[in-house]
Each structure stands twice: as C-alpha cells, then as structure tokens.
Design a protein around this ligand. Structure first.
Ligand code: UD1
Length: 417
C-alpha cells in the first residue's frame, strides 16, 4: 500500500519557505546535457523523485550521472545510445524530452512512449511533425516513438498549439541541425526560457527566447556548462494559494514573481495583500477569500498546473467561481475528490462551476497526479477534522520536502506508511 498524508484542518499558515529549482525545467536540462560530450553541472536542482528517474534514463543512454542534494552532474558520452527503453521511461512523461537531443546527437532515436499523469491524452504528434519538418522520418512502432534522419536540416516549424514539450524537443533537435530553424507559436514558459539560456551557454545560437518565435541557427557542436535551474513557480504559487486559503501570511523565496504575474493578481482579486520582491513574494490574507474566475492557458496565462489549487480556493471562497481548463481535458477528474471533501463543484466539459462553502469536511481522498494531490492537501488544510490523502507518491514527484515545508509553516500534516 502506498503512503498517506494525514492532514488536520484549521491551522493558519505563516512563515517563510524557500523553493528550489523547477521540476519542469530540470528534467529538460538534464536531457539537454546529452547535447555536449563532457560534464554538465546543474545547481538548484529540486530533490524530487523524478530527478533520479531521469538520471536512470540518461544512464541507459550511456551517460554517467551523479546527484548530490541540489547538484546534478551529467557526464555525456561521445556517442550516446539512441534507445530509451520502456523500463527506463515508463514511469514518467518527461522522459520523452530525450527525443530532441538524441536526434541532434545520433540522428536517430527510439523512445518508449511514457506513462505519466492521469490528466488527459498527451499525444506526441507535434513533436513528430517538428522533427519531420527538420527532415526526419518518425513513426510509432511497438509502443515507441521512432525517429531517424540522414541529416537534420533547419526549417520553419509552426506549432498548432504552444506545446511546452514539443517546443523543447524541436529546439534541442535544431541546435545542432544544418541551417536555420524557426519555431512559430513556440511555448513561452519560463522553463522553456531556462532551457534556451542553458543551450546558449553551451554555445547554441537561439534568438527570441521568451517570445512565440524562436529562431535557431544550428552550430557544429556544443560544450558542457554549469547552470542554475530556475525557481519552481508552481511550487511557489502553491504556498501562496495555501496562504490565501488558510488566511495566513507566507513569504516565498526562490521564485521570480514576474513568472507568476497573473496568479498573484488573482490572489489580490481574492482579497490578499501581495508584496513582490526580487526573488519571491509575500501573501497575506485576513478574510474569507472572494470567488475569482480562472481560465488556464499557456504562459503567460494562468498555469494549468495550478488549476487544482484554484479549485481548492474556489471551494471555500465567498461566491461562485467558474474555472475553465483549456490545456488538459481530463484534469477535472480530481474534482470528484474535492466533492468528497464537501466542495459544491460541478463540471461540464471545459468548465467547473464551484460555489464556495463556508467549510469543507474531512474525508479519505486519492491523488491522481502531482498537482491534484497538492490541491487536495490544501483543501484538507481548511477542512474540519483529519483528511486522509492517499497515493502521495504523486506529490513526491513534484514537491521536495513537502511535509517538512508545510509543517514549518504551521500546517498539521504527517506521513504514514
Ligand atoms: C508540460 C509540463 C506540465 C504542464 C504542461 C502545460 C513538463 C514535464 N510538464 O507538459 O506540467 O502542465 O507543460 O503547461 O514540463 N499536445 C498535443 N500534441 C503534442 C504535444 C502536446 O496535442 O504533440 C497537447 C497536449 O495533449 C495538451 C497540450 O498540447 O493538451 C499542452 O501540452 P504540452 O504543453 O505539450 O505539455 P507537456 O510538455 O506534456
């Protein structure tokens, strides 16, 4: 049986919390290390379960990987293997980001289709279309994405949707291609920018980082580098939303507040006082939060990864909130768990209508993915009694030292086996 959290409701969170590097950045940066023979060093890496899993994927490809707390060193081989097999990748979705680097280095890749979060269908058609534009053949064979090219040649690529993963894979394939690649409708997430910054440090020529058009001029080779992983805005915002829900006072360090502009504005709309500073922000909430509407969109829109926490906040807010999910269609599945906690929530297609209740009431609930898990814990913090959150291994994948951090802020939570 997997571990559970016992969360006792009622505490007001207060204090300071430091956030480490972003999960959605570090895993791609680890893959990008394959692009240059030699030792690339990442600092501010989060101590989450997905980092050692990614290390295993890279080891399977011939790299030597050392992890020491928040430092990860990847010694990439002269000739990486090109086959990431099912055993290595099945446990998590981000493993697919080795596709681009393998195409760049080996001109071929076989990457087993990963498992991952239960948040909806996650096809790879845009990843494949991008590689095809660069001259590769790509198909799905026996449960693997297979791609191959005699040589990769820069080309224009227009994404149908600003997919984070497709942008990153095409970018990593293009940095060593012949000639110029443009990626239109590219994702602008801070984690994509972080990848661009590291690739530039490695010698890649990339213009337009942080905009929706990336222009990549291929170079012959890249060199290893040392890079500090950007702070995890999703973890930071989780603590900010927790402060609002518990009417607390929480200061978050280690996150760039500009990466959370819209989210922090929503917290202000909900009644919070928010102070922003260079490496973080402080959120103070006195009264019951006011209902706010939220619509998830690619960056700089409201992150889909914070949608479960937004529903948690809506569940106890004064008034009715409409939460619209535009990125992952199945992400509302977790709303059923919120209903077990007494939330008055209904979903219809892309929309959830949530009428805020004065109180939630504890119940056993089950995490279906990382962010749903965090949303359920936040709801447990404001529910009467002790909420049992099951399958918390999901939370371990994205939140380092979750229990310790929450306790340090005054939250009553314990982990039981
Ligand atoms: C990344 C993040 C995830 C976040 C998401 C959106 C990582 C490890 N994960 O996931 O936490 O929620 O960005 O910000 O960084 N799609 C296609 N075809 C494709 C690729 C994507 O249809 O080839 C669709 C997906 O099904 C989804 C949407 O595009 O509906 C966005 O997906 P994408 O931005 O690619 O998310 P990920 O990179 O998988």
């Amino acid at each position: 049986m997997s571990d559970r959290f016992l969360v006792s409701g009622g505490a007001r969170l207060s204090g300071e919390v430091a956030v480490g590097g972003a999960k959605n950045s570090v895993l791609k940066l680890m893959a990008a290390a394959l692009l240059a023979e030699g030792t690339t060093r990442l600092t501010n890496s989060p101590e989450i379960a997905d980092v050692p899993l990614m290390a295993d994927v890279l080891r399977g490809l011939g790299a030597v990987v050392r992890i020491d707390h928040d430092t990860v060193e990847i010694d990439a081989p002269a000739e990486p293997k090109y086959h990431a097999d099912f055993d290595a990748v099945k446990q998590f979705r981000a493993s697919v980001c080795v596709l681009g680097p393998l195409m760049a280095r080996c001109h071929r890749a076989v990457v087993a289709l990963p498992g991952g979060d239960a948040i909806g269908s996650r096809p790879l058609d845009m990843h494949q279309a991008g590689l095809r534009a660069l001259g590769a053949h790509s198909s799905i064979e026996h449960g693997c994405v297979v791609a191959e090219a005699d040589t990769l040649v820069g080309a224009p690529v227009a994404l149908e949707f600003p997919s984070v993963g497709a942008t990153e894979n095409i970018l990593m394939a293009a940095v060593l291609a012949d000639g110029v690649t443009t990626i239109d409708n590219a994702a602008r997430e801070p984690e994509v920018v972080d990848l661009c910054v590291m690739l530039q440090q490695m010698g890649a020529r990339i213009d337009g980082a942080g905009t929706s058009t990336l222009t990549v001029t291929g170079v012959d080779r890249l060199h290893p580098t040392t890079h500090r992983v950007v702070g995890d805005r999703i973890v930071g915002a989780t603590w900010g939303i927790a402060a609002v829900m518990t009417r607390g006072d929480v200061t978050v360090h280690g996150v760039v507040p500009e990466h959370l502009q819209l989210v922090l504005n929503k917290l202000v709309d909900a009644g919070a006082q928010v102070d922003r500073f260079t490496d973080g922000f402080r959120v103070r909430q006195e009264n019951r939060p006011v209902a706010v509407n939220v619509s998830t969109l690619p960056f700089p829109g409201f992150p889909t990864d914070l949608q479960p926490m937004a529903i948690g906040m809506a569940a106890i807010a004064d008034g009715m909130s409409v939460i619209t999910e535009n990125v992952f269609e199945a992400r509302f599945r977790f709303v059923e768990e919120m209903v077990r906690l007494g939330a008055d929530a209904r979903t219809d297609g892309h929309h959830a209508v949530v009428r805020g209740s004065e109180r939630l009431s504890s119940a056993p609930v089950w995490c279906s993915d990382i962010r749903a898990g965090a949303g359920l814990v936040l709801a447990g913090l404001v529910a009467d009694g002790v909420t049992e959150v099951h399958d918390v291994e999901h939370i371990d994948r994205g939140y380092p030292r979750f229990v310790e951090n929450l306790r340090s802020l005054g939250g009553a939570i314990e982990r039981v086996g």
